[in-house]
Design a protein around this ligand. Structure first.
Ligand SMILES: *Cc1c(COP(=O)(O)O)cnc(C)c1O
Length: 478
């Protein structure tokens, strides 16, 4: 008798075989890093219409579908993938996503997923310790009584930023939840901040115009020396600073703000400090890079993405707070009953996140990490940062290229002499070739080409070839 699960093992074998081939073809450059066919052609090639109406996605049909899907898929494991901060996931982490999808235990309701919840709390505790905060005890009675950090995983850094800013708001302006915005509140964010912060400020009811840019030095880092000046000016206008955000590191050029100086100022003025370490939190793993995050433990909240530098399949990000009670109260003023209402051998974290049902995000994170171990993960991070710095030196020495700034993380921005339009044209031409996939960004008022080194296989030789290719493309233009 046929059941919906008949053939599962055979189908899973097809999937694993094709993915293994995909990985090998990507690493060996047998196919381009990026290859974009028109949308309608892809819908046709995948036979979506027929499959949807008739079913039967199994065996050879599945194999054919998957091959077509992967041919039209951007290859993050390709050494020429230099574009975005999304990781080339560790295959074992991807198995975590499969196990999660199959067992479908939501992350943070203990009875709905004891192992999923335990791993999530274990991993956020691991992150808390890296920051220098106290991890949460595994016994919920102790948890409520003690002072310690807290965390939760969310579907990405943008949602993590929203959640952290909400925890800040509930702590700083407890009446906001019921009574709304008193009208004099402002947020201070770095000039070079991720767009999710302004968006969160608008969603949280501050109004985008009340999300003000912090003074910056000439490279775009927050200028801590000028914080008292802007604070005094805002106070004189009757404004209250609810949250100040610092980057560790910024998205565009990957620079770390001076966290310690900023934190001291925030402590002094009673301002909530939120550190956006979505990309750069990985520096906490490496002795050589850790100094960039000096003072991070003085913050009130931190976000940190696992799907960027920690080889974890998207999405998986953490909201972390120094005092767990601030996150427990983020969505309501008294959440203590949530932890204690049930007599159970673990505890729920449902009250800490926007999502109701949530994937067991800790599993993919743990599995990617545990396949490698902490030492290998730290080595990978340092190695990619070193490659970015070597690439930057190559660019700086080349008279035909301009380097934006010496990198502190695995992100390099450069441009060719010419206007912003030229940079975009060159990027487009390069992507049409397909052997290299790079991104672009605005930084210091100009358009730059941007390299992000995520793939473990990319070498300096790839960078050299890519730069020669771009220069050749430039020579073909008028
Ligand atoms: C990537 C990034 C984000 C957004 O994270 P997502 O996981 O893409 O939503 C936020 N802040 C910084 C600094 C980032 O680099």
């Amino acid at each position: 008798m046929s059941t919906p699960y008949a053939g599962f093992t055979e189908d899973a074998n097809i999937v694993v075989r094709e993915l293994t081939r995909f990985l090998e073809q990507s690493r060996s450059r047998a196919y381009p890093a990026i290859h974009q066919k028109p949308l309608g052609d892809i819908v046709d090639a995948l036979k979506l219409e027929d499959l949807l109406s008739q079913g039967g996605l199994a065996g050879e049909t599945l194999e054919h579908f998957l091959k077509t899907y992967l041919i039209n898929t951007t290859r993050l494991h390709h050494p020429g993938y230099l574009a975005h901060q999304v990781t080339a996931p560790h295959p074992t982490g991807a198995l975590g996503s499969l196990i999660d999808g199959f067992s479908n235990n939501p992350g943070t309701i203990y009875e709905m997923g004891p192992a999923a919840t335990a791993i999530e709390i274990f991993m956020t505790n691991w992150m808390l310790k890296r920051i220098g905060w106290t991890p949460a005890p595994y016994d919920s009675a102790q948890s409520a009584a003690q002072e310690h950090g807290g965390g939760v995983l969310t579907h990405g850094g943008s949602l993590a930023n929203l959640t952290a800013l909400l925890a800040a708001r509930s702590h700083m302006v407890p009446d906001f939840w019921k009574k709304g915005n008193p009208g004099n509140l402002v947020l201070l964010v770095p000039e070079q901040s991720h767009y999710s912060l302004k968006r969160s400020a608008a969603i949280l009811g501050y109004g985008e115009d009340n999300c003000l840019a912090l003074p910056a030095d000439k490279e775009g880092r927050v200028d801590a020396e000028r914080l008292p000046e802007i604070h005094d000016q805002l106070s004189a206008e009757g404004k209250k600073v609810v949250t100040l955000v610092a980057n560790a590191c910024g998205t565009a050029a990957g620079l770390y703000d001076p966290l310690e100086e900023i934190a001291r100022f925030c402590r002094d003025k009673g301002i909530w400090l939120h550190v956006d370490a979505a990309h750069g939190g990985g520096a906490l793993l490496c002795e050589e890079l850790r100094p960039l995050t000096r003072g991070i433990h003085l913050a009130d909240s931190v976000i940190w993405d696992a799907h960027k530098m920690l080889r974890t399949p998207a999405v998986c990000a953490a909201v972390l707070v120094r005092d767990h009670r601030t996150l427990d109260r983020a969505f309501m003023q008294d959440a203590s009953y949530l932890i204690h209402e049930k007599d159970q051998p673990g505890y729920d974290l449902l009250h800490r996140h926007v999502e109701c049902t949530k994937a067991a995000l800790g599993l993919r994170f743990f599995m990617a990490f545990a396949a490698m171990g902490e030492k290998a993960m730290a080595d990978y991070i340092l190695d990619r940062v070193r490659l970015a710095q070597d690439a930057a030196r190559l660019i700086a020495e080349d008279a035909a290229l301009e380097l934006a700034v010496m990198p502190e993380t695995n992100i390099v921005c450069f441009r060719l002499p010419g206007d912003d339009e030229l940079q975009l044209t060159l990027r487009k031409r390069l992507l049409e070739r397909g052997d290299y996939y790079i991104s672009s960004t605005m930084y210091k008022g100009k358009r730059w080409l941007r390299l992000v080194f995520m793939t473990p296989e990319t070498t300096l030789e790839d960078v050299r070839n890519m730069l020669e290719t771009i220069k050749a493309l430039r020579a073909e233009l008028p």
